[in-house]
Ligand binder design. Structure first.
Ligand code: NAP
Length: 277
């Protein structure tokens, strides 16, 4: 796939010209790159709307004309604003995910984006630099949040997706989940949980392609984004490598707008380039 999705900053400027009913407008009209893009979604759901990237995705969708945004977080209050429909869920409580999906049944979102994830656990345990630091409970928690939670969202949301029309179901993954691209090692649980997430994305895509040929299921690598997740690891970054959440969201939304069913099951970075498995 070709690179160069527009940034949210550019889009926001453009979005001012979106008509109130402008959801049918395509991104090809909106950005300077002019690549083929699909219709912008009338409705979307973001799981993880309280996070750095998730909140920016909600803002980016709203700025570009998405009229209904189901915005999920543990508190169930973020973010406020026109079109936002906050809801509560917890990745570790399947009943809350099922309830969230049920509430969307009558008018399912056209795009679903899972923007949850952990690198450092709530007790402060950071990613392991060596196998000697592996801890079964910490590893299980990372998998519960980064792999099993998104799988359960798929279990309850995918049945709502239309069979004969395009939909997008995307999960924030990470380049470090690529096995063939792993040259540094370390971060055992995080890498492994994202590699497993990528496998689930591939599996879901294969299964859904049989009944939902227009569906797009994809993983996304956002780049290194200035958020609570990356904050403890920002000090050694080369200049210019840290992306603002709004720019990251603009890049990711631009990628999603351009994906077709032929790309379903793959992971793409913020430039729209495939991340190898
Ligand atoms: N930032 C980066 O540089 C970077 C790079 C590569 C990949 N990613 C991926 O991008 C995604 C988003 O990262 P971010 O930087 O936006 O992180 P963030 O700001 O820390 O946000 C994490 C999100 O996950 C949610 N979450 C955590 N535990 C949860 C639970 N039990 N139930 C429901 N939600 C829960 C948080 O909700 P609460 O507010 O309730 O805690 C928050 O919305 C992650 O999958 C991450 O791996 C990020």
């Amino acid at each position: 796939m070709s690179p160069a999705a527009g940034t949210w900053g550019a889009w926001r400027k453009e979005a001012k010209s979106v008509e109130p009913s402008g959801h049918a407008r395509t991104l090809a009209d909106m950005d300077h790159v002019g690549q083929q893009a699909h219709a912008w979604p009338r409705s979307a759901a973001v799981f993880g709307a309280s996070g750095g990237i998730g909140r920016a995705l909600c803002d980016g969708l709203a700025a570009c004309g998405t009229q209904v945004i189901h915005a999920g977080s543990r508190a169930g209050t973020d973010p406020a604003g026109a079109g936002m429909r906050p809801f509560a869920f917890d990745l570790t409580d399947e009943a809350t995910i099922a309830a969230a999906a049920e509430a969307m049944r009558d008018d399912p979102p056209e795009w679903v984006i899972i923007a949850t994830g952990v690198l450092t656990l709530a007790d402060g345990a950071g990613p392991e630099r060596t196998y000697k630091r592996l801890d079964a409970a910490a590893m299980a928690e990372v998998f519960a949040l980064n792999t099993i939670g998104p799988a359960l969202i798929a279990k309850h949301i995918l049945p709502l997706m239309p069979r004969g029309r395009r939909f997008v179901f995307a999960a924030l993954s990470a380049r470090v989940g690529s096995i063939s691209d792993n040259r540094l090692g370390g971060w055992h649980s995080y890498r492994a949980s994202k590699a497993a997430l990528n496998m689930l994305i591939k599996n879901l895509a294969l299964e859904l392609a049989r009944t939902h040929p227009e569906g797009v299921i994809a993983g996304l690598h956002p780049g290194t984004v200035d958020s609570a997740l990356s904050q403890p690891f920002q000090s050694n970054l080369p200049d210019g490598q840290l992306t603002a959440p709004g720019d990251a969201a603009g890049n990711l939304l631009g990628v999603l707008a351009r994906l077709g069913p032929e790309q379903s099951g793959q992971v793409f970075d913020f430039r729209g380039e495939q991340v190898p498995a």
